[in-house]
Ligand binder design. Structure first.
Ligand code: SAM
Length: 248
């Protein structure tokens, strides 16, 4: 996670993306999608809406994430998983891709925030604390994002610990996005528990990969290094701290 100042800088630059289709994101498809209720929503509207949602993903990385998910549409599985949804920013980028290629995204989060979202931490937002429980609760905001985006036919929210859900998961995945807890134990558990479900040719996106320790925590970087050097993944594109890999 970067500082707010760094996020703004990246938004303004709008570059830093390489490889794959991500750099064509500004020419994203504008074909409208029809929801189950018959509403018509354009992909461009969804991508614009995603920019307005609270979260930790600069616009260029969001578009790169959208493009990465679209590229997974050629795999044999149209089941996708996101770990770490917060208020639904990345979920709407992914949901836009899912809606345009007929995929179904399972968005997993316990919605009580990561360590860095807790009171006293720099990324704490007091407006996301449930006054009844006194705990961080991003679930209502996440739900509002998905409902406003009319993505309910393409996005299923799963509220729970990612490792608990993983222990009961059996469906092969065409796309996996890892952006949950960034602590050593949790982040490695996400990688180890979920990547075996990716089909061959499936796409893995990892957020907050910083090679320079002064820019952010190193666990996502260590996972990325392992995946590309010691596991069955090759990198297909990068944008800011987002890395997009493909399973052999
Ligand atoms: C960096 S935020 C995700 C940001 C989001 N992808 C976006 O675009 O704004 C990390 C999220 O992971 C969730 N999280 C952390 N550890 C988790 C765990 N073990 N299981 C499920 N969710 C977890 C937190 O509640 C938090 O919402």
């Amino acid at each position: 996670m970067r500082s707010p100042g760094q996020l703004r800088q990246c938004d303004q630059r709008g570059d830093g993306c390489s490889g794959g289709p991500a750099h064509h994101a500004s020419r994203s498809p504008v074909n409208p999608i029809q929801t189950r209720r018959g509403d018509v929503v354009s992909i461009r509207d969804l991508l614009e809406f995603a920019r307005t949602i609270k979260g930790f993903m600069p616009d260029d990385e969001g578009l790169a994430l959208y493009e990465a998910a679209l590229s997974a549409s050629t795999t044999v599985s149209s089941t996708w998983v996101e770990i770490g949804a917060y208020c639904g920013k990345s979920t709407v980028y992914l949901g836009a891709a899912a809606s345009s290629c007929g995929a179904l995204l399972f968005s997993i989060d316990h919605h009580h925030g990561s360590e860095e979202n807790q009171p006293g931490s720099p990324y704490h937002d007091p407006s996301l604390v449930d006054p009844e429980t006194g705990l961080m609760d991003t679930a209502p905001t996440w739900r509002r994002s998905i409902t406003t985006a009319k993505l309910e036919s393409h996005v299923v929210g799963v509220i729970g610990e990612s490792s608990t859900v993983a222990a009961h998961w059996g469906t092969p995945l065409g796309f996996l996005f890892i952006d949950g807890g960034h602590g050593e134990k949790v982040a490695w558990a996400d990688y180890n528990n979920w990547t075996p479900h990716l089909v061959s040719g499936g796409i893995l996106a990892i957020h907050d990969v910083f090679s320079d320790p002064t820019e952010g925590g190193q666990v996502p970087y260590e996972i990325w290094s392992f995946a590309t050097s010691n596991d069955n993944f090759k990198q297909v594109s990068a944008c800011g701290s987002l890395r997009v890999l493909q399973k052999y």
